[in-house]
Design a protein around this ligand. Sequence first.
Ligand code: PMV
Length: 320
Amino acid sequence: MIAKASAPAKAILFGEHSVVYDEPAIAGAVNKRAFITIKDSDSDKSIFRAPDIGFEAELLTRQKKYILTKGKPGIIRYILESLHRVHDHSPIDITLSSNVPIGSGLGSSAAVTVATLAALYRYHNIRFNKSSLAHDAHMVEQAVQGVASPLDTLVSTYGGLVYLSRNKKVEHININFNVPFVVGYTTKHGNTGKMVKDVKNLKTRNPKIINPVITAMGNLTNYAKQALLKRDFNKVGELMNINHGFLDVLGVNTVELSRMVYAAREAGAIGSKTTGAGGGGSIIALCPGKVDEVAEAISRDDNILKVNFTRKGVSSRVYK
Ligand code: PMV
């Protein structure tokens, strides 16, 4: 039997870091996906392969361990944690193929986790729905990372644009948001845990300055939600630019991130900002009619992906 599943990556549009202090956030699924195929193994071993990232390992599912035969570990911890929760330890072959850059702040681990769990549920004929899948994937991320926001796994599961409110209620922003974006990413990966801690320390040292900024970031996210619902993309762009300034105040931007943000604006983006935790990672630029110009400007020094937000969340099938 063969089970296949895929799940999208995400980009945070508004509210990174302020969401840690219970302010709202908006994130969306992008049209870059992780694909998982699971089939019976032809040997007595379980093997994980990710040819796109040059990775191969033998999985010791009972011990939650692996023996690396090729490449670097990383994403494999999410696969092992998912197997540990769902799989019966019979030998299987898992293949990952992905067009999401790993560790770039686009939620590659959530996309891989959601796709792996969905494929495993299909393989074992276990009933699931999007709500249970998003919950289980969040548990896997938490087990691997210690802390994880539910936003990435929610977006990878449901697709579309998701608004997380101040009281952590999830709303789907139901618009057709087929506006072109360019993502610029650096080879230097940010460390989300460290960035969250740095912001916390800055806030503790300067509460009277940073607390109002975090509140303003929450208000900005709410304005952005209204602008999105009205499809007022110039306003969305303006708010992205302000949001980038706030992230600068929080100290999470880097020379590379700001270089990409300003290169994008000079090339005609109507809004651009760091997306995700910062300290490295990615920026996102809203550039209707200027995709090629913006992509070209960023790619002089950094890497780019042309993306669109997509309504397509997780999808899975079984082949007997
Ligand atoms: O590193 P990313 O892209 O998953 O973004 C983290 C977003 C933060 O707000 C900084 C942290 C969080 O858990 O919400």
